[in-house]
Design a protein around this ligand. Structure first.
Ligand SMILES: *Cc1c(COP(=O)(O)O)cnc(C)c1O
Length: 415
């Protein structure tokens, strides 16, 4: 056995999280986490907090679905729960237009694979019953592409990401839901990046049977707390009839701790696994903040500030290829092309947390989660412009900030 000397205490600095997520956590959420008392997962106020979170989540998702709750973990934990109804041999069509829908497609291939499919390619199975429809990076998944693929394959399940954070593209949710309904397909949607940013109600998309999101993007709770999910009765019937290969992420069993038993709300949850009073307190506060802000108001604020950031980086010579309102994905000015990773590393080294794309082509991603003020956007824009100048862009910083001020003075003209 090797001896490891005790390390000094871990200190993590404060940074400006200006990427796709996590966002800068609200001080109220951090305070709720830190101020929660020591209590076990069956203590009355922890259980009450989970019931209240469940009710607030229904408002956030815009749904009457009884099976609406949080899955402990990250976004992919909620997605794993969502995909758990897909069993080996099931037919699925999955639309992929970036990093995250690509990983979702891999998860789906793993779930739908037979033992032979897994043995043939254990880390990247390719079951013939799963069709992956690839849409090029930088483009959205359109209603036409969805309808054509579903009409041809007539699968049991279909999957799409609502907002693909890898390329910053919004996909056609209305088109997806309508095509699923038309072809009798059960739709599954990754709403990790859109929930809490866009103003939408999932009950308006009846072709979609299951939804999953994450703690730390639009919902702005801490990572590794709760990934919101919501399932229609149709989805739950499917799991009730056929079962699934998981205890932890079982869509029906996991709901019990949130006070959902046999399709009914009950007064208090029952043990499923050890939930954290700290996580429940933080999640509860994040949902309260979201509902106090108001879904519609918040969506308008994001659109307003994204527009300001987009115009500012465009004025610097960058080309924006995204259409999400929480994130700008851009190509650098031609003279700096190819130096994206160098730029991102230089910024990150100074606590300015922007991101490259995680799959090809290499682009730069600048996000505005919880940065909904002129001051915050100005900070992001000036730090970004200064970093470009260090690479020789030769931008006039006064001109950049004046352009931004003009944008905020004349919002109507700019929008
Ligand atoms: C961030 C993201 C994920 C993954 O979420 P984690 O919390 O990192 O597990 C999945 N899908 C989309 C669309 C995302 O933006």
């Amino acid at each position: 056995m090797t001896n490891v000397a005790p390390f000094p205490p871990l200190e993590i600095p404060e940074t400006l999280a200006a990427g796709p997520g996590p966002g800068n956590t609200d001080a109220r959420v951090l305070a709720s986490f830190a101020n929660a008392g020591l209590a076990d997962h069956m203590q009355a106020d922890v259980l009450r907090g989970m019931i209240e979170c469940k009710e607030m989540l229904r408002a956030v998702w815009g749904t009457q679905n009884t099976y609406t709750y949080g899955v402990g973990g990250t976004g992919f934990s909620g997605l794993d729960c969502l995909f758990s109804a897909i069993l080996p041999g099931d037919t699925v069509v999955a639309f992929v237009n970036g990093t995250f829908s690509g990983i979702d497609g891999l998860t789906i291939r793993m779930k739908a694979a037979s033992r032979e499919d897994l043995r043939a390619n254990p880390m990247d199975p390719r079951p013939a019953n799963v069709t992956i429809v690839t849409v090029p990076h930088g483009q959205s998944v359109s209603a036409e592409v969805i309808d054509r693929a579903l009409a041809e394959a007539k699968p049991k399940w279909a999957f799409m990401a609502h907002w693909e954070t890898g390329s910053g593209r919004i996909n056609d949710l209305q088109g997806f839901s309508a095509a699923c309904a038309r072809h009798g397909v059960l739709g599954l949607v990754d709403a990790v990046s859109s929930l809490g940013i866009e103003d939408f109600s999932i009950d308006n998309y009846p072709g979609v049977a299951g939804w999953a999101s994450c703690p730390q993007k639009g919902v702005l709770c801490l990572p590794l707390t709760y990934a919101p999910v919501s399932f229609t009765d149709r989805y739950i019937d499917e799991v009730r009839a056929n079962g699934c290969h998981t205890y932890v992420h079982h869509p029906i069993l996991e709901a019990r701790h949130w006070g959902i038993v046999d399709g009914q709300d009950v007064a208090a949850g029952s043990y499923h696994r050890t939930h954290s009073g700290y996580a429940v307190a933080a999640f509860h506060e994040a949902l309260r903040i979201l509902l106090q802000h108001g879904r519609a108001e918040k969506a308008r604020d994001y659109a307003h500030h994204e527009r300001a950031l987009r115009d500012a980086v465009t004025a610097m010579g960058c080309e924006v290829t995204s259409n999400m309102t929480s994130l700008v994905v851009l190509n650098l000015p031609p003279a700096l092309a190819g130096r994206e990773k160098e730029l991102v590393q230089a910024c990150r080294a100074r606590g300015f947390g922007i991101w490259p794309t995680l799959s090809e082509p290499v682009q730069v991603r600048v996000g505005i989660l919880n940065q909904l003020s002129q001051a915050a956007i100005t900070e992001i824009v000036t730090r970004f412009a200064a970093a470009l100048n260090e690479m020789g862009a030769g931008l006039d910083l006064d001109e950049v900030t004046q352009g931004l001020e003009r944008h905020y003075r004349e919002p109507m003209a700019a929008e």
